[in-house]
Design a protein around this ligand. Structure first.
Ligand code: C2E
Ligand code: CA
Ligand code: CA
Ligand code: CA
Length: 279
């Protein structure tokens, strides 16, 4: 009865206010976190046809003093709205390249690739290419081991600028993957005009895969499309052996997902995959 008397509009308003307040607090705290070493990278393995580790995707984490580990799904959108994605993205780039530089001293880590997520706003900074070049130089990271993951929304807003930047970075040896492929609206014409290396099949299309091949048209279409464009394809969110079997059958041979390994702190990934761990 009390609930009815309160009246919907008021409750809606205060819930909204509370949400806004939470966001403002998070924004203020994130600003501090970026400068104070509270961010870290977790690495998730990417494996090849023999289930061997061929690289990793870096996923940022925030260790919040009260709330514990916060996932990027909660703070990346805030960072994007507030512009904090620029210092955050610069930190991820620097930390990722630092790892790549460090890996060069280990015969097993040396050949691994590292993928970094790049937000639209970060990529669209006029100085982005220069930022990458100076970060590579500062960290002695080999550019040919670095993959940048972009999303389709980038192509919607500034296709020409995007292609120009991609070409300049590609000359250095950097590779590009289109993330979450199939969830956006990029036209095939766009896709063809982009200097891409890899399509990442979104988890949504991997989730449905079963040995019953009737249920696989989207994944099959994406893999065939990648093949016809001469692109590699990585399936994300692989959680079962069956999904992997179906993907292999469809022609996808690089996988990422809990079935092969969850994201782990970078130091742990390094330890697990270093030469000394195989002695
Ligand atoms: P994403 O780039 O699509 O990353 C894949 C997400 O799927 C990660 O979530 C990963 O932990 C999760 N995942 C991997 N394998 C599985 C699986 O088998 N099952 C399920 N259910 N999930 C799986 P995470 O780490 O929470 O990251 C979420 C998103 O946050 C990322 O999606 C990416 O868009 C963004 N993000 C993460 N790190 C960064 C970053 O450094 N910069 C930017 N701009 N965005 C980032
Ligand atoms: Ca990604
Ligand atoms: Ca993705
Ligand atoms: Ca995703």
């Amino acid at each position: 009865a009390k609930r009815q008397r309160d009246g919907e509009p008021k409750r809606f308003c205060s819930a909204l206010e509370q949400k806004l307040e939470e966001q403002l607090t998070l924004e203020r705290e994130l600003r501090i976190a970026i400068d104070s070493g509270a961010l870290s990278l977790h690495l998730q393995p990417q494996v090849g046809a023999q289930q061997e580790v061929i690289g990793a995707e870096a996923l940022v984490r925030w260790l919040h003093p009260q709330q514990g580990m916060i996932s990027p799904g909660r703070f990346i959108p805030i960072a994007e709205q507030t512009g904090l994605i620029l210092p955050l993205g610069a930190w991820v780039l620097k930390e990722g390249c630092r790892l790549l530089g460090e890996w060069q001293y280990d015969p097993r880590l040396r050949d691994l690739k590292l993928s970094l997520n790049v937000s639209v706003r970060q990529f669209q900074q006029p100085s982005f290419v220069e930022q990458v070049i100076s970060t590579l130089r500062d960290t002695s990271a080999p550019p040919e081991r670095l993959t940048l993951e972009l999303t389709e929304s980038l192509l919607m807003s500034d296709p020409e600028g995007t292609i120009d930047k991609m070409l300049r970075l590609r000359q250095l040896g950097i590779r590009f993957a289109l993330d979450d492929f199939g969830t956006g609206y990029s036209s095939l014409a766009y896709l063809k005009s982009l200097p891409l290396d890899t399509l990442k099949i979104d988890i949504a299309f991997v989730k449905d895969l079963t040995l019953d091949m009737q249920a696989t048209p989207i994944a099959a279409t994406i893999i065939a499309l990648a093949e016809s464009l001469g692109l590699d394809v990585v399936a994300e969110g692989v959680e079962t052996a069956d999904q992997c079997t179906v993907l292999a059958h469809l022609g996808c041979h690089v996988y990422q997902g809990y079935y092969f390994g969850k994201p782990v702190p970078a130091a742990e990934f390094t330890r697990l995959n270093s030469a000394s761990s195989f002695i």
